[in-house]
Design a protein around this ligand. Structure first.
Ligand code: PMP
Length: 286
């Protein structure tokens, strides 16, 4: 079955899919995106992802490329045409195509691309058994990281640095020493007395959809939660650390900058959050 992409109103073979060279996403990173997990044939938390897309589009004064209901149908269609039962669906909306100029074009219609691909859930499950390593890097992004913009160069460089250091994620650290978030995930710790801590999403981080759903999972499990900043030192001394994102759900962190967390094995709280996630998340039949 050939992979199929949706590009500006047409379903095309992925290998032939193309956008205009003057797409403002390509020239200015003038666009936004979302990634939803697909699990067991369901698009996970689709409503929350589309709500956040709406927020990102508004923040940049980009119009919806089609009615939201139609968008939902196309998302499902792309998942189904690619036969994805487990994997992810990626969507991107840019300000559109216009002769290169910094100012917003008067005419351009927003451009949309949607792709989907299969990912074997056993890979993440295996990784969760051993946990991942994280490095820390100085925060060097703009202060509107709450907008899910396709401008991700600092994230690319941070994650590449992590890879070169033998780690799987990089945590951006503020000038005050507090952890902001990962290159493509939110950051969490569990304190010695069993409290779940994650930075408030009001400013300086992306309000992760998985983060929001995990807070509900935590409430359901009766866990104590503190939304506050934490330092790298506190994280290194924590009982557990983990990251969250649509593609990793809750993934244990067992090492930060070479220091093992607790006994260097995944903690029990992150694994129970991970296990309960799918029961709590919204499941939208693809
Ligand atoms: N922060 C950043 C910078 C991200 O790129 C992501 C993943 N898109 C997240 C947090 C996690 O967000 P979500 O749970 O919605 O995938």
């Amino acid at each position: 079955m050939p992979r199929i992409a949706y590009v500006n109103g047409r379903y095309v073979r992925h290998a032939d899919a193309a956008v205009n060279v003057e797409d403002r996403g390509y020239q200015f990173a003038d666009g936004v995106y979302e990634v939803c997990e697909v699990a067991r044939g369901y698009i996970v938390d689709m409503k929350r992802h589309l709500d956040r897309l709406d927020r990102s589009l508004r923040a940049l004064s980009i119009a919806w490329p089609m009615h939201r209901r139609a968008f939902e149908l196309v998302l499902r269609e792309v998942v189904n045409r690619n036969g994805v039962l487990n994997g992810l669906v990626y969507l991107q909306v840019t300000r559109g195509v216009a002769p290169r100029d910094f100012l917003f074009p008067a005419q351009a219609a927003p451009a949309v691309v949607i792709t989907a691909r299969k990912v074997d859930p056993a890979i993440a499950a295996r990784r969760a058994e051993t946990g991942i390593k994280v490095i820390t890097v100085p925060e060097n992004r703009w202060d509107r990281v709450d907008i899910k913009s396709v401008g991700l160069l600092p994230n690319v460089l941070a994650k590449q640095a992590a890879k070169e250091a033998g780690a799987q994620e990089a945590w951006f650290v503020d000038t005050d020493g507090t952890v902001k978030e990962g290159g493509s995930s939110n950051a969490w710790i569990v304190t010695a007395d069993g409290r779940l801590v994650t930075r408030p999403a009001e400013h300086g981080i992306l309000r992760g959809i998985t983060r929001t759903t995990l807070l509900e999972v935590a409430a359901g499990l009766g866990l104590a939660v503190e939304e506050r900043g934490f330092t790298v030192a506190e994280a290194k001394a924590a009982r557990e650390a983990f990251i969250s994102s649509a593609t990793t759900i809750a993934m244990p962190v067992v090492e930060i900058d070479g220091s093992p967390i607790a006994n260097g094995h995944p903690g029990s709280m992150v694994l129970s959050l991970r296990a309960a996630f799918f029961d709590v998340a919204e499941k939208c039949q693809a």
